[in-house]
Design a protein around this ligand. Structure first.
Ligand SMILES: [Zn+2]
Length: 832
């Protein structure tokens, strides 16, 4: 699964302002209940095992329910048993029976709305199988599950706009099983250590297509406006990976080695389908070649769901993405922002679906691999720099959350199973894999993954099994690595210093581990020492609180590059001169070498050596480096040469987002002579470039900017351009712009940062609105948005909604004596 993200950086920014409130909330929560710290989360006991699942179902759109009949073939695991316990949540159970040949024999059962306890007709041994029949109605809206940051709630099956009353939204049904929500719509043993083959017989409206796991083996027109689609999976997988999707989609088909690779996309985006998903066959080929394990399943489809509760989900052969995957042609000019998610979910088809974490405690053996696959794919498809940057983003995310340093990677104690879907299981786990890859070497790394997958196929994995696979392949004892990274918490905080000792012709490098936990990490550290233009490489181990290393150096080194491959998962504080950074920028081979150097230079622009770095960086082949150099320019001190360079970047940089930044810098120079250029760029196909240009026009000529904004408001626009248009319309327009703003806000995906950024302007606009119907519509939009934000983010976002948006709105309305409207705001405030 890919985590839910809601313009995270913004929310983090807010969190900084409300730190004390947050700390208070956390303290209170901790005081309330810490009993979970003592509750060991055992792997689920296997009493009976699922063998085969057959479902016959139709859908009641009126009631948002599913009418189901299920045949479950089961077998005792080892010990004989006369009992069967099934997960079945919030269902209306009509019949429970045992299938005996062609007849059904009713069975005695009890049901507590969460589980069915069934008395079997006799005691079965592990050599015998039996088939249970259950007739039921699934009522997902009656299940009150808990949500998390990764998954917004847990009702398993979602009816989107089932009655078609919302004209802006298609009618869809989709399911989300992880963690244990498939059992809201199908009785099963809803545990990751169960595996079953399946066949689903789904009666769906003829006007829609359906998607499920495995192959579509049969379609029958029922002649009554409905059709029966039969989906079959001959290979076993876990119940949380079951999937059903039904809706009005275009289906675009590619193939890979004779297997169908398909993209289910809303028809408005049909033309963009291949631009969004089209790399999937190459990704399959790449992952297969790296893992030495052919794509295990019969097909691979991807679909998107409106109002999806997470980023994306790796249902076997049928990945579900948030509808944010659907980007229009102009958005794609800036690059496909869903590429990493497509790789992530695809890699899960091996790590997660083929070999499944034995329980939620070990979820990292699913998620760290999926996370790391993003690095692997970018490295392969876009080059080493892009891979290293993707890896760095993961590292930065984990390091930005200090409380996560307290959590073990493999966790047998947690408050809620949803809590393990965090920066530790994903991003930290991914960086640990990156270290492991460099430590054992590429060939051993992928050979070990092959062994892990092959040994545990169609079964379960864990960190222990991963360790055994690596040890078997490499012949090395890896306890030290797994103990400190998988079965423990934290990471090193190091101070790195160097001192040249002229009379001994040596350079002294000290690495001091300063983490507060009473724990020292064992770290293999590569060190490059550059002397008189020559690179000498050394391998050392940091194993103590302070380690001192002496390296030969006839003269003071040009640069000492500690962790020269930039792979260690640590927080570091390094003393190095800007000259050394300049040498590093020009001579070291990695993206991270240049990235560190250019960041140092950008923070110290007055240093002459920093200038050397920035001058080289602005011409760097990788856009991130160019962008940092560009943004280091202070508009107050830009000379003619720099200005020419910025104009050139704004005009022709291959990366549109870098052009956007250059335009923003030019706009700060307040030069009316750039107006013709800005007016040219405002028509650019990229929303980023056009949006930045519109903001630049506003700096010079507000009337002109308003005219452009008015014209754009009649077109379909998104992203930065949409944001600037909304902001200009609100600033210089009157209440007449409300319809555009409201519509534009309603359309935005709740996970987009634009929606978050647009909330305050919408609130501002409502201060001017006097029409009670429009006012209510605007207020409802804000309240509905706030309610759609998952619980986990509320501590951070609630002050924003309560005080900033609604508080100001109430104040403004009271001041103007608009009592009826003030009452509307006052009525919703306590609910927030
Ligand atoms: Zn995932």
């Amino acid at each position: 699964m890919k985590q839910f993200f809601i313009g995270l950086s913004l929310v983090c920014g807010l969190a900084l302002q409300t730190n004390s409130q947050q700390a208070l909330a956390q303290n209170n929560a901790q005081q309330e209940d810490s009993s979970w710290k003592k509750t060991y989360r055992a792997v689920a006991t296997k009493t009976n095992n699922l063998r085969h699942t057959k479902l016959v179902a139709n859908f009641n759109y009126e009631k948002a329910q599913m009418n189901g009949e299920v045949w479950l073939k089961l077998q005792p695991h080892f010990y004989p048993t006369n009992q069967l316990v099934l997960d079945a949540k919030a269902m209306d159970i009509k019949e429970v029976a045992l299938i005996k040949g062609s007849t059904k024999a009713k069975l005695v059962y009890t049901y507590d709305s969460m589980q069915l306890h069934i008395d079997l007709d006799k005691t079965y041994t592990a050599k015998e199988s039996y088939t249970i029949y259950i007739k039921y109605i699934a009522r997902p809206n009656e299940f009150k599950g808990q949500g998390s940051e990764a998954i917004r709630d847990a009702k398993g099956m979602y009816f989107i706009n089932p009655l078609g009353t919302d004209k802006e939204k298609p009618t869809q049904i989709w399911t989300q099983g992880e963690t244990e929500a498939s059992s809201v719509w199908i009785p099963t043993i809803d545990k990751t250590n169960q595996k079953t083959t399946q066949e689903f017989y789904l009666t769906v409206p003829s006007k829609y297509v359906s998607l499920s796991n495995g192959l579509l083996v049969k379609q029958t027109d029922l002649k009554n406006g409905f059709r029966e689609d039969v989906w079959k999976m001959d290979l076993p997988h876990s119940p949380y990976l079951f999937f059903i999707g039904i809706g009005d989609y275009a289906v675009i088909k590619d193939t890979y080695k004779g297997k169908e690779v398909s993209y289910y996309i809303e028809k408005a985006y049909e033309k963009e389908a291949r631009k969004i998903y089209g790399n999937t066959p190459q990704m399959i080929a790449f992952f297969e070649s790296k893992l030495g394990v052919p794509f295990p399943w019969s097909k691979y489809a991807q679909i998107s769901g409106r109002d999806f509760v997470s980023g994306a989900m790796e249902n076997t052969t049928a990945t579900l993405h948030s509808d944010a995957v659907q980007q229009d042609a102009r958005e794609l000019v800036d690059g496909n922002n869903w590429e990493s998610t497509i790789a992530h979910e695809l890699f899960h088809q091996w790590f997660g679906d083929y070999v499944t974490a034995e329980s939620w405690s070990n979820i990292t053996v699913n998620e760290s691999f999926a996370d790391y696959s993003q690095t692997l794919w970018f490295e392969h498809s876009q080059g080493k720099d892009a891979g290293a940057y993707e890896n760095y983003i993961g590292l930065r995310s984990y390091l930005s959350s200090p409380t996560d340093a307290e959590k073990d990677l493999v966790r047998f104690f947690y408050k809620d199973k949803e809590d393990v879907f965090d920066l530790v299981s994903y991003q930290k786990g991914g960086r640990i894999l990156n270290m492991l890859r460099h430590f054992v070497g590429d060939d051993a790394f992928f050979a070990s993954l092959n062994k892990y997958l092959t040994d545990n196929k169609f079964s379960n994995g864990s960190a222990i099994k991963l360790k055994l696979a690596f040890e078997a392949v490499t012949g090395k004892d890896l306890n030290w690595f797994f103990n400190q990274w998988y079965f423990s918490n934290g990471h090193p905080y190091v101070r790195i210093q160097q001192k040249y000792i002229a009379d001994q012709q040596k350079v002294l490098v000290t690495i001091q581990q300063n983490q507060t936990q009473n724990k020292i990490f064992t770290l293999p550290v590569g060190v490059d020492v550059y002397v008189q233009g020559k690179r000498n490489h050394y391998e050392v181990w940091s194993k103590n609180r302070i380690d001192s290393f002496y390296f030969p150096a006839a003269v003071a080194p040009d640069n000492v590059n500690v962790d020269n491959d930039k792979i260690l998962l640590w927080s570091k504080d390094e003393s190095k001169s800007m000259q050394q950074y300049a040498y590093q920028f020009l001579h070291a081979s990695n993206f991270m070498d240049r990235f560190e150097a250019v960041n140092e230079a950008a923070a110290n622009v007055k240093d002459p050596a920093a200038k050397t770095i920035l001058e080289a960086a602005i011409k760097d082949s990788f856009y991130v480096i160019r962008s940092i150099a560009l943004n280091s320019y202070n508009p107050a001190f830009i000379d003619a040469t720099m200005e020419k360079q910025i104009v050139a970047i704004a005009t022709q940089d291959p990366m549109r987002t870098v052009r956007e930044e250059a335009i923003t810098i030019l706009s700060k120079l307040n030069r009316p002579n750039y107006l013709p250029l800005f007016e040219k760029w405002v028509m650019d196909s990229s929303y980023s470039v056009a949006g930045a240009a519109l903001a630049a026009i506003e700096q010079i000529d507000t009337v002109k900017a308003f005219t452009y904004a008015k014209a754009f408001s009649t077109q379909t626009i998104k992203k930065r351009l949409n944001k600037e248009v909304a902001s200009i319309l609100i600033k210089y327009g009157d209440a007449s712009v409300f319809d555009f703003i409201a519509q534009s806000f309603a359309k935005l995906n709740i996970q987009s940062s634009e929606k978050f950024e647009m909330t305050a302007p919408l609130g501002k606009l409502l201060q001017q609105i006097t029409d009670p119907i429009k006012f209510k519509k605007g207020l409802d939009l804000i309240v509905a948005y706030r309610e759609a934000i998952p619980q986990g983010f509320r501590v951070q976002t609630d002050p924003y909604f309560n005080f900033k948006i609604l508080g100001e709105l109430l104040k403004a309305k009271k001041q103007k004596g608009e009592n009826e409207l003030a009452a509307q705001v006052a009525a919703v405030l306590p609910k927030m």
